[in-house]
Design a protein around this ligand. Structure first.
Ligand SMILES: Cc1ncc(COP(=O)(O)O)c(C=O)c1O
Length: 391
């Protein structure tokens, strides 16, 4: 009888010395395109057009100004960002935005802000907003184990709220909004940390969107904010400078030392999206195809693999699932890692398995994972027949 170790090992480095056969399904920082990793590697030795490493380039140099400008231009092109929006490169991750948004848009506004609590990350966001003003929780899915999102007519919105905040893709639970929640007249603020640049969006439907880089567009260290100019200027004066969007806009994202390498790598990813992939419509097609491949494997497993998220709101970015028992889940994760599928451990708050299918994950990687999942299940069926599964 075959054993778990029979699955073909995939740990051989390729001719470039990179482990391109090891598939990274990590929740973030996540996989980046191989070509981007190679270009970034070369820039660490010597940044193109310079004699030095990208790690030692001054943030005040013209070289870096050009990098910032190209990255912004590429993002504007990819998303068709209207001129009344500013594109800012900040630090502090998604978490800093949980505070920065209400400091700029709720503090002193004399209104409440609406928040949708749809999972782990939106729960964190609302805690910070409450420190800045009055918050109305327009929906909370905790009682349902965060397995579902609200239907469009299920939320208790405030007609004159300062803004509505929601998370477009709950990375931990694997839930993604397929529609735009909220009232038309209320400014929409969205945490897109785990699906930004994975599909086209209509920026005009939002007052502010934010996303850290480390899922779909680069390494950790840089966070994108796209904000409507007029909304940005409504902020009160009494916020710390480092938390003030206006200052970053005024200094064209070079107020204090920005993460030069992270922004450079993001520029490479945006070039790849525009050039190799062909744009966000094409990227979204690939991402949909990857998700469909994996969910098909799950759905055809007769309940061996089980998604927690309700089918209509399943995420194209994070497929979260369980096996029949915790010990089988552990066995699966160990066996997968040995076979070259890494980063599949579910978030520490809920456990299970999470396959993150960010832009840098190839369709081939997902097909290989699906193949592995079918093989693993067949092994367990064999064990069952032989009476050796120990639960
Ligand atoms: C949707 C979402 N928002 C916010 C965060 C927090 O981001 P950071 O760790 O960059 O602060 C995460 C982290 O993974 C996330 O997935």
């Amino acid at each position: 009888m075959p054993t778990m170790c029979d699955y073909p090992q995939q740990f051989e480095p390729d001719s470039l010395g990179s482990f391109s056969d090891v598939h990274n399904f990590s929740g973030g920082p996540g996989a980046l395109p191989q070509i981007v990793l190679q270009e970034a590697q070369q820039a660490i030795a010597r940044a193109p057009g310079t004699n030095i490493s990208v790690l030692g380039v001054s943030h005040r140099s013209q070289w870096f100004r050009d990098v910032l400008d190209e990255t912004e231009d590429n993002i504007r092109d990819l998303l068709n960002v209207p001129s009344k929006y500013r594109v800012l490169f900040l630090q502090g991750g998604g978490t800093m935005q949980f505070s920065m948004v209400p400091m700029n848009m709720l503090r002193g506004a004399g209104k409440c802000a609406d928040y949708l609590t749809t999972g782990y990350w939106s729960e964190k966001a609302i805690v910070e907003a409450r420190k800045e003003g009055t918050v109305n929780e327009a929906w909370n899915g905790k009682a349902n184990g965060f397995c579902d999102l609200p239907a469009p007519d299920e939320c208790n919105f405030t007609p004159n709220a300062a803004y509505l905040h929601y998370v477009s893709n709950e990375t931990v639970e694997g839930l993604q909004f397929p529609y735009l929640p909220g009232l038309q007249e209320i400014p929409r603020v969205c945490d897109m940390s785990s699906d930004f640049l994975s599909r086209p969006i209509d920026i005009g439907s939002y007052s502010l969107v934010y996303a850290h880089a480390q899922k779909n567009m680069g390494p950790a260290g840089v966070t994108i904010v796209i904000v409507e100019e007029e909304v940005m200027h409504r902020a009160p004066e009494n916020i710390p400078s480092i938390m003030d969007y206006r200052l970053f806009a005024q200094h064209r994202s070079n107020y204090n030392t920005p993460p030069v390498f992270a922004i450079y790598t993001m520029m490479l990813v945006t070039r790849w999206l525009k050039g190799t992939v062909g744009g966000l419509v094409e990227m979204a097609d690939i991402n949909r195809c990857k998700a469909a491949t994996l969910y098909k494997t799950i759905d055809e497993s007769d309940g061996f693999y089980r998604c927690r998220a309700s089918k209509r709101y399943r995420s194209n970015m994070n497929a979260c699932f369980d096996l029949p028992t915790p010990s089988l889940t552990d066995k699966f994760l160990t066996s997968a890692e040995r076979a070259g599928f890494v980063g599949l451990t579910g978030h520490r708050s809920i456990g299970g398995v999470r396959a993150s299918l960010y832009n840098g994950v190839t369709l081939q990687a997902v097909q290989n994972l699906s193949e592995f999942m079918r093989w693993f299940r067949s092994q367990m069926d064999n064990d069952d027949r032989a009476g050796v599964r120990n639960g």
